[in-house]
Write a protein that binds this ligand. Structure first.
Ligand code: FE2
Length: 205
């Protein structure tokens, strides 16, 4: 008998697998969503089951030993769920932010172009697998570029809210861009849904 009923499920994409072409191929999107994101969810559900069993037995050493896996697979689920919502078909993408997000980017990075250059340079330099984020730093009331390894979610940093995340695991680009992570990062701005970023900033202020 399961000791708890929580079971995370793969969210539907808000567009078709081929909707981001030519920037991100349908093959990448399908594998990334159906295989990679699904695997994080499967592993998360399994480890949570074990975690609750350990809790029920008051086996705290066992429960603590499972926490890295919860962080990794739970982070993978959180990050990919945000990522799908960050993206939209090129024909719907605005190309750049407006309103509050543009104002905040200009205040904190100088200009939108300067922000993009810095974001791409810092994210391209992540060693191994990870994510580049634009995040709202509430304590400082400013936007920050945050690079995190593996699947660490932005929520592990106190006071930070993720606004826009870019997955730079090889599974996100290798089939199309091979080893050219900077080329993938240059292209991805064509499919960023800035309206969503504006909503997230408005909700995090
Ligand atoms: Fe990914």
């Amino acid at each position: 008998m399961p000791t708890h009923t929580t079971s995370y499920k793969l969210p539907d994409l808000p567009y078709d697998y081929d909707a981001l072409e030519p920037v991100i191929s349908a093959e990448i999107m399908q594998l990334h969503h159906q295989k990679h994101h699904q695997a994080y969810i499967n592993n998360l559900n399994q480890v949570l089951e074990k975690y609750h069993e350990a809790e029920a037995k008051n086996d705290m050493p066992k429960a603590v030993s499972l926490q890295p896996s919860i962080r990794f697979n739970g982070g993978g689920h959180i990050n990919h769920s945000l990522f799908w919502e960050n993206l939209c078909p090129p024909k719907n993408a605005l190309g750049k932010p407006s309103g509050q997000v543009l104002e905040a980017i200009e205040k904190d990075f100088g200009s939108f172009t300067d922000f993009q250059k810095r974001f791409n340079a810092e994210t391209a330099a992540i060693q191994g697998s990870g994510w580049g984020w634009l995040a709202y730093n509430k304590p400082r009331q400013q936007l920050d570029i945050v690079c995190l390894s593996n699947q660490d979610p932005v929520s592990t940093i106190p006071g930070m809210t993720p606004l826009l995340g870019v997955d730079v695991w090889e599974h996100a680009y290798y089939l199309q861009y091979k080893n050219a992570r900077p080329k993938y990062l240059e292209a991805i701005w064509q499919v960023i849904d800035w309206k969503r970023v504006e909503e997230r900033l408005a909700n995090s202020l």
